[in-house]
Design a protein around this ligand. Structure first.
Ligand code: DQA
Length: 139
């Protein structure tokens, strides 16, 4: 099974960015542990601060991966283009957010991802990525 993780803007700064909201762990440290937990899964990881690069990556993996875990970060709340890209590909997308976006500012309550996603996992810290992996495993 191949699972693709795509992270949007500022998530390269996890570990130092607003630790009260996003925690102290870098994504790469978390990702190494995640890969060890699921040795049978082939993971690929992509992060960009640029909207078009996130769309390019969705198109690049969206016809071959078995599942995509997407944290579009701030673009979640603004990007018609990323929402359209999810509609245009074949692979199911799980939308994740580290923080509980619904408990934060009103503008974070809108998502251009959710209407096109298979599911949504928010508010459990970095564990949202593991929970999304679990959702792709055969039952
Ligand atoms: C986030 C929530 C977004 O509102 C914010 O812009 C982010 C991170 C999260 O994972 O909690 O950058 O997607």
């Amino acid at each position: 099974m191949k699972i693709s993780i795509i992270n949007g803007p500022n998530l390269n700064l996890l570990g130092t960015r607003e630790p009260g909201i996003y925690g102290n762990q870098s994504f790469m440290d978390y990702f190494e542990k995640l890969k060890q937990q699921y040795p049978a899964i082939s993971f690929d990881y992509f992060q960009s601060n640029i909207e078009g690069e996130l769309i390019d990556q969705l198109q690049a993996v969206g016809f071959s991966s078995d599942g995509i875990i997407l944290n579009a970060a701030a673009y979640t709340h603004t990007s018609v283009g990323i929402g359209d890209a999810i509609k245009a590909i074949n692979t199911a997308v799980i939308e994740v957010h580290i923080s509980n976006t619904f408990a934060r500012e009103d503008f974070r309550h809108t998502s251009y991802i959710s209407p096109n996603a298979k599911g949504l996992i928010v508010g459990f810290g970095l564990d949202v990525y593991r929970l999304a992996v679990e959702s792709f495993l055969p039952k």
